[in-house]
Design a protein around this ligand. Structure first.
Ligand code: ZN
Length: 137
């Protein structure tokens, strides 16, 4: 793994939290993106070389809605940047980690993502993410 790509934080109200985090970090979010397949709306902040991702549920079916109900707002996951997500998925599976998706899926911020079950990682939901190569033709 290359570095921490971002830290994901579950929030109830994205607009309110965007203001709160802008006040906290001293800079506004630089993008908002809805991931309809995951029923979440996200916003991203830059903090030096790192990013913070805020996640709001857009539907009760969303994993974020379930998380908020169970645990309330707070740190939801830590995302690590990887060069080759399939190789990392294979490596982690061989190490006994439980992956939440067997195939990389399209996440926010133009990434292929895969999640590692928190039960297999000391309670931490881990996200792997690899930049999706943009077609430059
Ligand atoms: Zn994330």
């Amino acid at each position: 793994m290359k570095k921490i790509e971002h830290i994901g934080i579950a929030v109830k109200n994205l607009d309110e939290s965007n203001e709160l985090f802008a006040a906290l970090l001293g800079e506004k979010h630089y993008k908002i993106e809805e991931v309809t397949s995951e029923f979440v709306k996200t916003s991203f902040f830059k903090v030096g070389p790192n990013k913070i991702e805020l996640l709001e549920a857009t539907d009760d079916k969303s994993a974020i809605a379930k998380y908020l109900e169970k645990k309330g707002e707070g740190v939801h996951h830590i995302a690590f940047a990887v060069d080759d997500i399939r190789a990392e998925m294979k490596r982690l599976e061989e190490q006994g980690f439980r992956l939440l998706n067997k195939e990389p899926k399209r996440g926010a911020d133009n990434k292929w993502v895969c999640f590692v079950h928190p039960k297999s990682a000391n309670g931490v939901l881990v996200e792997l993410c690899q930049d999706i190569e943009l077609d430059k033709s």
